[in-house]
Design a protein around this ligand. Structure first.
Ligand code: 5GP
Ligand code: ZN
Length: 105
């Protein structure tokens, strides 16, 4: 599939990984917009939050808990932002669900 985040998940494209689990990966954003900018991404290809299904509830929860864990491990959990951009008008460019973890302010 011609999806950059699927390719990163499949190790077909490089990325600076900070976490890999069975269902979720996290890697540094190539163009950071915060001192720490990590993308937390389900391995499963889902194009948008808009198209999440009931069966994706646990996976989305795991994405958020992974972000929380990374913030704690990297010691910036005093304060951070979690952002899902949804749709072009919402600023979404990559059509594979991802959570922006922004911190280190
Ligand atoms: P969006 O605007 O879709 O919510 O966010 C996509 C994010 O992915 C952007 O912050 C962009 O910098 C990042 N990004 C795009 N392509 C790549 C890539 O190939 N590698 C990494 N690590 N980040 C990427
Ligand atoms: Zn994908």
């Amino acid at each position: 599939m011609n999806c950059i985040f699927c390719q990163i998940a499949n190790k077909e494209q490089p990325a600076d990984f900070v976490y890999e689990g069975d269902n979720v990966i996290a890697f540094k954003d190539i163009k950071p917009s915060a001192p720490v900018h990590i993308l937390v991404v389900p391995k499963k290809h889902i194009d948008s939050v808009k198209n999440l299904e009931e069966g994706d509830r646990d996976l989305v929860s795991e994405v958020i808990f992974t972000a929380k864990k990374i913030a704690k491990e990297q010691k910036f959990d005093e304060g951070y932002k979690l952002v899902f951009n949804v749709g072009r008008k919402g600023g979404q460019i990559i059509d594979h669900v991802h959570l922006h973890l922004l911190g280190g302010f």
